[in-house]
Design a protein around this ligand. Structure first.
Ligand code: GDP
Ligand code: MG
Length: 667
């Protein structure tokens, strides 16, 4: 059996999904976290598959991920719908519930966040609500695992007995008469295409064009329906969509008046309003955001993360020495020795030593996200974003770009307009992804020890500034017109859940370590091979005679103006296209320096000014293969994808040139 989890954004669907299936999907106090459907088996009932879907507010979808949810309901025929709603916000959430009943799929209403309702001395009369809606109602708290077993039992029973919602009729007066008239008229058409009659009828009354054509109505029938709707509009004195919304809301109001007791404003809400007075303040908001970010970077790079990294570096160095001695004692062939000690250890080790920094950074970022702060940032950023032709909504995918461009580009599915979506995808690569962090950390430690956090922030800001400038250019040249209006609900601030934060940290670490032992490992081996042998496959004594040196030299003239033309640097940049971390593993292998000495070695390859040029170049040049493939998929055009690569690399070159020259003059 298949159960679909349906509900508004941020109602706790993913939290419940994780509890029931034991999986670890990303939860966020942030609308639009889930953009794809995810399925898993319920632990206690293995025969039931649960599908987590993106949040929706109604069955009239606007954006790609809302369409995904609706199509799942209509085409996949789930055995039951688990409609999960935020009980602290019951009126608005029930709007979707009323529409879902029209689909006539067995359905259970799940009131989530009951812990908050109770903490505010509120209560909900469950039997009365069940009576009013005609479906089973189960109160739960997904986060505290309360009521979960009962929910599974009720859902299984409802599905097994194919118990459809008892009630679809929530209307009265003129709207009621119109819907019923239309229902009778289209009954046979709807049956032919296997669509619930009531659902089809309300869609037609709403004026849904796709529904009207898929029903194959005759001109005559269409006229009759339009006529009936006109009558209704005159009688209720509102336009058709509003009339249906009114009908639903007046039913909900009535039901809630009877079933829900609220004790004034909730504590969480009152608290959120107080915090927001500062964090979304007209003038203070943006400085506060910058100060917060600066603190996060400072703690990550100078206080906690870098110390842990140094510690790990020492361990790796010790291990490398031990293995080195062991291999020598064994008198292993010197090429194999070189592969392990000069190839794999420095290459993989260089990347691994940054794991602590990544973990610490994501510890802070996930706290900011889970508390609900990031949603505020999107809200505050709406106004400045409009200047470059985007809405605050686009801020969410853009900020995800600081983690990794792949999920960031996928998150653009939450944007309802094609124009906003394309533009956001093109700007995502300007947000420096976390795979570039090791490069920054290494170089800033080697060249700007005292100002590490500041230089790092400057790089991020430079990426943002160039992104803004490009956005501005795109807006005036390509994407004319206006972004869609910004409607995003601000969730209440919550104390970040320890589990969510830990999970995110674990995921990041796992991902990073996995890459170190797969992509980076193989890149290291290939690089080691190419730099240890010449074209005739003889072992070279000086790597400047190697195959790799010949290839690297072809490109190195391009980098002469940027101040880093040693063939090893362009080579490292090329491997960075596979994965950005490969830049440093390649440098480690090519300079034949152990993980601990890499920083010192770099000082002989770069001057401070050319190091700046190099940092700016890596900040901006083409996204890695995985990101490019995702852009290709989401944009759907080869041209756009090629544009991203050429545009980014072009900008990177120019910016690096300017940065190098300026620093060379002044420092
Ligand atoms: P989704 O967008 O519907 O998938 O919602 P999520 O599962 O991502 O959860 C949204 C937010 O609500 C997260 O911050 C959760 O920690 C929080 N949350 C989920 N369930 C509960 C609950 O039962 N009680 C409380 N207080 N918070 C919850
Ligand atoms: Mg979700």
């Amino acid at each position: 059996m298949t159960f679909a989890l349906i509900g508004n954004q941020n109602s706790g669907k993913t939290t419940l999904f994780n509890q029931l299936t034991g999986s670890n999907q990303h939860v966020g106090n942030f609308p639009g976290v889930t953009v794809e459907q995810k399925s898993g088996q319920i632990i206690s009932q293995k025969n039931i598959t649960l599908v987590d879907l993106p949040g929706i507010y109604s069955l009239s979808p606007y954006s790609a991920e809302e369409i995904l949810t609706r199509d799942f309901l209509l085409k996949q025929n789930p055995d039951a719908i688990i409609n999960i709603i935020d009980a602290t916000n019951i009126e608005r959430n029930l709007y979707l519930t009323l529409q879902l009943t029209e689909l006539q799929i067995p359905m259970i209403l799940t009131l989530n966040m009951m812990d908050e309702v109770q903490a505010n001395n509120g209560s909900i009369n469950i039997p009365a609500l069940r009576e009013a809606l005609g479906i089973p109602v189960v109160p739960i708290s997904a986060i505290k695992k309360q009521g979960i077993d009962e929910l599974v039992e009720t859902a299984a029973e409802t599905a097994k007995n194919r118990r459809k919602p008892k009630r679809v009729d929530f209307c009265s007066g003129a709207v009621h008469r119109t819907i019923h008239a239309v229902s009778h008229l289209i009954e046979d058409h709807a049956q032919l295409i296997n669509t619930p009659v009531r659902f089809a009828a309300t869609k037609l009354v709403e004026g849904d064009e796709p529904m009207s054509s898929s029903l194959n109505l005759s001109e005559n029938e269409k006229d009759t329906i339009e006529h009936a709707v006109k009558e209704m509009e005159t009688e209720v004195e509102t336009e058709r969509e509003a009339a249906l919304a009114d009908m639903r809301y007046s039913f909900i109001e009535d039901a809630c008046r009877k079933c829900v007791i609220k004790n004034g404003e909730s504590r969480e809400y009152a608290r959120s309003v107080k915090i927001d007075a500062i964090l979304t303040h007209k003038i203070l908001a943006i400085p506060t955001f910058l100060i917060l970010m600066l603190t996060v970077f400072y703690l990550t790079f100078e206080v906690i993360g870098s110390r842990l990294s140094d510690l790990l570096l020492m361990c790796l160095d010790g291990l490398s020495l031990a293995v080195d001695n062991a291999l020598k004692a064994y008198e292993i062939n010197h090429v194999a020795h070189s592969l392990v000690i000069e190839g794999i250890f420095p290459g993989v080790g260089a990347v691994l030593s940054f794991v602590p920094i990544i973990i610490v950074l994501f510890f802070f970022l996930s706290i900011l996200e889970d508390s609900g702060y990031m949603a505020r940032v999107a809200f505050v950023m709406d106004k400045p974003m409009r200047k470059i032709g985007l809405s605050g909504r686009s801020f969410v995918p853009l900020i995800m770009g600081f983690g990794c461009s792949v999920p960031a580009v996928m998150a653009t599915r939450t944007l309802s307009s094609e124009r906003d979506k394309k533009m956001t995808i093109l700007l995502t690569p300007f947000m420096s992804c976390s795979a570039k962090l090791p490069i920054y950390a290494l170089f800033t430690a080697a060249f700007f020890k005292e100002y590490q956090a500041v230089v790092m922030i400057c790089l991020y800001v430079l990426g943002i500034i160039l992104g803004v400038a490009s956005g501005y250019a795109l807006k005036t040249l390509v994407f004319k017109g206006d972004p869609v209006p910004f409607v995003m609900e601000l969730p209440n601030y919550r104390f970040p859940s320890v589990k969510t934060v830990l999970l995110l940290m674990r995921d990041k670490a796992k991902d990073f370590i996995q890459r170190a032992f797969t992509v980076i490992f193989w890149a290291t081996v290939v690089i080691w091979f190419l730099q240890s042998f010449d074209i005739r496959l003889n072992v070279v004594s000086n790597s400047a005679d190697s195959i790799l040196a010949h290839v690297g030299q072809i490109f190195s003239f391009l980098f002469v103006p940027l101040g880093f033309s040693d063939w090893r640097v362009p080579t490292a940049l090329i491997t960075g296209f596979m994965a950005k971390e490969a830049v440093i593993s390649t440098l480690a292998v090519l300079t034949e320096s152990g993980v601990a000495e890499l920083g010192d070695t770099l000082q002989s390859l770069f001057s401070p000014a050319s190091a700046v040029g190099f940092l700016v170049f890596t900040l901006l040049y083409t996204p890695c293969v995985a990101a490019v493939a995702t852009v290709r998929r989401e944009l759907g055009t080869k041209f756009g994808t090629a544009f991203v690569i050429v545009y980014q690399t072009g900008i990177a070159w120019v910016a690096a040139f300017v940065a190098y020259r300026l620093f060379d003059l002044f420092i």
